[in-house]
Design a protein. Structure first.
Length: 627
């Protein structure tokens, strides 16, 4: 016979009650009416802390999922650009992957850019096909029901929880709101909603008859209670009093102050502690126990009736008998509860914390046939999917980087922290004379001359350690490299420090270009230029060279002597302005009519023998020239 978790707990309680009921039935009736208020305080404190821990454990998984969804690249892309058709398909695929992982299999998503709010489940996505379903509404900062959206955008906390009640459907929902950020700026909100089931409401009920327990936010608004009429919808709104708050149910200002102080005290412990106060709640003296739930940023409250409290001195024998029976009962209950509930819940909470810290390898034991077993199996499936998605993303990224390296025109290689070559494109193999893939795993020092290898290893390690240096370019043409056959050649090298990525630690990417042929050509050209300069300087005729704009770039010794200028005075000046500005009669010689200028424009060789040229001292002389 299949027994779910609730049936198992009920069965254990019935068995334990039968064992102790006969011996303690008479004394329990009497003692319950004589318990001192300090005993009630202790019981209330333990009760509220235990209920808070159970509530936190049930919500942890959905909060982790909502935060993961807010960081998903496809979803962030759609929220930033909701009207871009290219962002819709990736976002829908990501949303389909998350919906089945949430407790109530639904998500919502809202973009600050468009202001539109979408409530989505599998049925809505199936109806919409490849397009985004119609939005439920357009959000407005002036509408009271939309304040949750704008308060989530404004806050710096990782998530926000709100509760509201639908009067028409008579249901309450808990909303997990997580801000979507891009470059540190809030651009939207995503999350999920959870229908608060009966077992969640039962966490709030005190086991002593009277006012039920409740959840409060920091302002005192009631965000959870079996009686939904007292719940403050969108409880993140800051309201200090009025309907939906605890304060309108406590008329005494001193008792209000005492409860506020208790709330401040437990919030300072960041969860795990409790405080009790005695107040008149709706006209009846009650013991109120308060604890802080940091996961929700709420306060848990349970209420105990104290109207029957009195001294217990006259009933010590009865109390002793009841205590003995209670010990037996608690031992049985504790053993069963720990095995069936507490241990699995603790294990689940620990696992969800590891997932929240980024460890997706954690797995929970399976094999149970109750709700906890189903939850553990769902948790394992969730972490497996997330881990697989991460692996796929890393593989795709590495493939992308490899393709970039292979398509580069220069030789490219990547070296790890130990100096081993982990990536090398085909160009690098060709430059150094190695077969394809032969360089992988080889120390990069093999590619430099023997006499500098020790120093090169130290420079490499220093470059990797220096986080301030992101890029480094070696002096052009000043680096020698060694081919496989031992021959040396000149290269230009550029270095980039790569941060850790996936399974790879910090690495160095190097681009290598063989400049041997270019250096030889540059040296040959320089030799030819110098040779031409020496030849021109040795001839007796005056020779002047100018560029396309008419500026002098060369003048031999004969030309300098003829015009009376030094080389520094002529280089860079206009030849026409210096020596051809006027005709023999002293009239202006237009530049456009100058044969030298026209040859520079049309390339036609011209020889002139009937003009004059002008010296530095202002004298002219008859000249014959060719241009």
């Amino acid at each position: 016979m299949h027994l779910n978790l609730r049936k198992k707990l009920v069965l254990w309680l019935l068995v334990a009650s039968v064992l102790v009921g006969a011996a303690t039935m008479l004394v329990v009736r009497s003692i319950l009416n004589r318990i001192e208020i300090d005993l009630i305080r202790k019981e209330a404190a333990e009760h509220v802390v235990a209920r808070g821990e159970q509530a936190a454990a049930r919500m942890q998984a959905d909060i982790v999922l909502a935060r993961s969804m807010a960081a998903s690249k496809p979803i962030v892309g759609w929220v930033a650009h909701p009207d871009d058709p290219a962002t819709v398909a990736p976002a829908l695929e990501a949303l389909r992957g998350y919906i089945d992982l949430f407790s109530d299999r639904n998500v919502f998503i809202a973009s600050r850019v468009s202001g539109r709010l979408y409530h989505l489940d599998n049925a809505a996505l199936d109806r919409a096909g490849d397009s985004m379903p119609p939005p439920q509404r357009t959000l407005s900062a002036s509408h009271p029901d939309d304040r949750w959206f704008f308060s989530t955008l404004a806050q710096t906390l990782p998530y926000q929880l709100t509760v509201d009640h639908n009067d028409k459907l008579d249901v309450s929902r808990l909303w997990v709101n997580v801000g979507v950020r891009q470059d540190g700026k809030a651009i939207g909100v995503v999350g999920t909603s959870i229908l608060m089931p009966r077992y969640a409401v039962s966490l709030l009920k005190s086991h002593v008859s009277g006012v039920p327990g409740m959840f409060l936010d920091a302002s005192g608004a009631i965000v959870g209670q079996p009686d939904a009429s007292h719940v403050a919808n969108g409880s993140r709104m800051d309201s200090a009093s009025g309907p939906g708050t605890i304060w309108d149910r406590i008329p005494d200002p001193d008792q209000r102050a005492a409860l506020r102080q208790a709330m401040r005290s437990v919030s300072a412990t960041d969860g795990g502690g409790s405080q009790t106060v005695v107040i008149d709640l709706e006209g009846v003296r009650r013991v109120v126990a308060v604890t802080y739930l940091p996961l929700f940023r709420w306060y848990g409250i349970v209420v105990f009736d104290t109207t029957n409290g009195s001294a217990v001195g006259h009933y010590l024998p009865l109390i002793a008998a009841m205590f003995a029976g209670t010990v037996v009962f608690l031992v049985v209950l504790l053993a069963a509860g720990r095995r069936l509930v507490i241990a699995p819940v603790d294990e689940l909470v620990g696992a969800t914390r590891r997932v929240a810290e980024g460890d997706y390898t954690v797995r929970l034991p399976e094999g149970r046939d109750d709700e906890i077993g189903e939850l553990m199996a769902s948790f394992n499936r969730m972490t497996a999917r997330i881990a697989q998605a991460q692996r796929s993303e890393l593989i795709a990224a590495e493939r992308w980087y490899r393709e970039i390296l292979e398509s580069a025109p220069d030789g490219m290689l990547v070296v790890d922290e130990q100096g081993a070559i982990v990536l090398a494109n085909q160009q690098i193999d060709t430059i150094f004379g190695y077969a394809r893939g032969e360089l992988l795993g080889v120390q990069v020092e093999r590619l430099v001359p023997v006499e500098v290898r020790d120093r090169h290893a130290g420079l490499r390690e220093e470059f990797i350690r220096s986080e301030a240096v992101r890029r480094h370019a070696l002096d052009r043409g000043a680096v020698r490299a060694v081919r496989k056959d031992g021959s040396e050649f000149l290269v230009e090298i550029g270095l980039s420090r790569l941060p850790a990525f996936g399974s790879h630690g910090v690495s160095v990417c190097a681009s290598v270009r063989d400049i041997s042929a270019r250096r030889q050509a540059e040296e040959h050209l320089a030799m030819l230029e110098e040779r031409s300069r020496l030849i021109l300087a040795s001839v007796s005729d005056s020779i002047v060279g100018q560029d396309a704009d008419g500026h002098i770039v060369f003048a031999n010794v004969a030309a300098l002597r003829m015009f009376g200028y030094t080389e520094q005075e002529m280089i860079g000046q206009s030849l026409h302005d210096l020596a051809h500005h006027s005709r023999a009669d002293g009239s202006v010689y237009p530049l456009e009519a100058c044969p030298i200028y026209r040859t520079g424009r049309d390339g036609i060789v011209r020889t002139v023998d009937d003009e004059v040229l002008w010296r530095k001292d202002g004298s002219s002389f008859a000249a014959e020239y060719s241009a």
